[in-house]
Design a binder for this molecule. Structure first.
Ligand code: 6GU
Length: 248
């Protein structure tokens, strides 16, 4: 997957993609990330990227020209028209659609993504209307720019790409993938400061372990995020378990 990120602060991206599975994914050429400084697409001597809001008011607005030119420059490197036609151009903004595991999965199906990190008070509306194809928010709070949000989205998407995680199996048990939070994890020692690992996990009985983990995931989801269970695929027996737990 190719990922292009447009930002006014390219140095913010120096470290997040240099560690762990992301570093490995880049080295193995499973993903390539290009950071573009929006300022490089200006033509005036002061390299102006923002201007006063038309109609007045506090705060500056990102100008359309450098953003259009940056995206068009990336697109001009793509020879297939069909590829350009399906290429998502995603604006990170608190006004966007809420990001989720579902959205990460949807984005991971694309071969190429472009992200635009908004800054200051906003981005000229013509960027949204005539350039951007999707707007994403990572939660109901305000960040000072889209950069951290882009890092969050890119991380969540990249780990879904084939070959990026060591074992593909580790994906299905992740919190939110099944619509449940993940079950409790333990490692050795079996006893630490008199706190013991649940006996079932040491039993070697894989069927019992799987059943226990599934129940724990349901229990944990019910305790912490009950609203998630409305959308989770549960069998009849599990639905009944939830109903019993809700009553007790
Ligand atoms: Cl994508 N951008 C900004 N500036 N703030 C946010 C956000 C994005 N998502 C949540 N808050």
């Amino acid at each position: 997957m190719q990922i292009d990120i447009l930002t006014l602060f390219p140095q913010m991206f120096d470290s997040p993609f240099s560690f762990g599975i992301f570093k490995r994914a880049i080295e193995h050429k499973l993903v390539s990330v290009n950071i573009h400084n929006i300022r490089d697409y200006t033509h005036d001597k002061h390299r102006t990227v923002d201007d006063y809001a038309c109609g007045g008011g506090a705060g500056m607005v990102l100008k359309p020209e450098p953003i259009f030119e940056a995206v068009e420059s990336i697109k001009s490197g793509i020879s297939l028209k069909q590829e350009v036609d399906v290429l998502p151009v995603i604006l990170l903004t608190p006004q966007g659609r809420p990001f989720s595991q579902q959205v990460a999965l949807e984005l991971s199906k694309h071969g190429h993504l472009i992200f635009i990190c908004g800054r200051y008070e906003g981005v000229d509306e013509r960027v949204r209307k005539y350039l951007v194809t999707d707007e994403i928010s990572i939660g109901d709070y305000v960040l000072s720019g889209g950069e951290l949000a882009a890092m969050v989205v890119v991380d969540a998407v990249a780990r879904l790409l084939p070959g990026v995680l060591g074992s593909e199996a580790s994906l299905v048990d992740d919190s939110h993938v099944s619509g449940l939070l993940e079950y409790p994890q333990y490692t050795r020692p079996a006893v630490y400061r008199e706190w013991t690992v649940p006996q079932v996990l040491l039993s070697g009985n894989h069927a019992r372990i799987a059943k226990w983990r599934r129940e724990q995931a349901i229990l944990r989801t019910l305790e912490r995020r009950p609203e998630l269970l409305d959308k989770t695929d549960l069998c009849l027996e599990e639905r009944q378990l939830v109903d019993r737990l809700k009553q007790s």
